[in-house]
Design a protein around this ligand. Structure first.
Ligand code: GTP
Ligand code: NA
Ligand code: MG
Length: 279
């Protein structure tokens, strides 16, 4: 019985919020690397997917640009995120894209954790942020509500552990499980055509174990896993639920939000791809 094979899987956390409120910096601080500094003009160009290890657990983070990818995935019915972190700069407060982020999280029916960022700055007013978001239905737990708030600074790294602790507590309530022994499936997080490597498709594995040599299909694109590269840039032989991996070996470039499925063989992959194409 497949149900007996269910095991705990990492939560998938999407970081959303208004422009320049510190989404990339916060994620960067959390994994202590320098993504924001390396980006052209400090603007996020693509979705990054990363894993962070904390207290013996793993958290998968997605850093969304705009919210287009999130919307595209939802439009295709792909449930990707387990928890939404909404980043609000404490010196700026709720802004239009903060509201959009709240709407997206509600529409996806996922719990929200508010990261009140930039508390190191002069003029930072975390209480005002709480008041503004309470008016939008996100009453803080410390005020008797149901939303967890964590005051953080991506610059000074203040309270980052607390943020990760909070995410793990919220994840625990969600009872996230997956069967690593099933046939693998997942969702396309991003995709591109690389002049040297061909189609490069970032897949979030949601079920099963994906291995080198597996035949697979995503939308109208068949393929066979030639190589997988993890979020650290290292080649891996297999990927399990919660893992984001770059997959090489697709015949074409499937769109973000397409479901990825491992199938029995190349013929089956081509058949399903063609069926989809002619639909
Ligand atoms: P977009 O992806 O363009 O929407 O921006 P973002 O939300 O990812 O913000 P980003 O991380 O690029 O940060 C925007 C600016 O705020 C940068 O100049 C950061 O250095 C600065 N910043 C981010 N977090 C903090 C913080 O905690 N404190 C201070 N003082 N500055 C911060
Ligand atoms: Na920015
Ligand atoms: Mg960014």
């Amino acid at each position: 019985d497949a149900d007996e094979d269910l095991v705990e899987r990492p939560p998938v956390v999407t970081i959303m919020g208004h422009v320049d409120h510190g989404k990339t910096s916060l994620l960067d601080a959390v994994r202590s690397t320098e993504v924001a500094a390396g980006e052209a003009g400090g603007i996020t160009q693509h979705i990054g997917a990363y894993q962070v290890h904390h207290n013996g657990k793993t958290i998968t983070f997605l850093d969304t640009p705009g919210h287009q990818a999130f919307t595209a995935m939802r439009a295709r019915g792909a449930r990707v995120t387990d928890i939404a972190v909404i980043v609000v700069a404490a010196d700026d407060g709720a802004r239009p894209q903060t509201d959009e982020a709240i709407d997206h999280a509600h529409a996806a029916d996922v719990p929200i954790v508010v990261a009140v960022n930039k508390i190191d700055k002069e003029g930072a007013d975390p209480t005002r942020v709480r008041t503004e978001l309470t008016q939008r239905g996100l009453q803080p737990s410390e005020w008797g509500g149901e939303t967890e708030y964590v005051d953080v600074s991506a610059k000074t790294h203040q309270n980052l552990e607390e943020l990760l602790d909070t995410l793990l507590v919220v994840a625990e309530l969600e009872e996230l499980e997956a069967n690593p022994n099933a046939e693998a499936s997942g969702v396309v997080i991003e995709s591109k055509l690389d002049p040297g490597r061909g189609p490069v498709v970032t897949v979030l594995i949601q079920r099963g174990t994906m291995r080198i040599g597996d035949a697979l299909v995503a939308g109208a694109e068949p393929g066979r896993v030639r190589a997988m590269i993890d979020y650290r840039g290292e080649r891996v032989q297999q990927a399990v639920p919660g893992d984001p991996v770059e997959v090489l070996g697709f015949d074409g470039v499937p769109d973000a939000g397409e479901v990825v499925r491992v199938v029995a063989n190349d013929r089956e992959a081509r058949r399903l791809a063609q069926e989809r194409e002619t639909r």
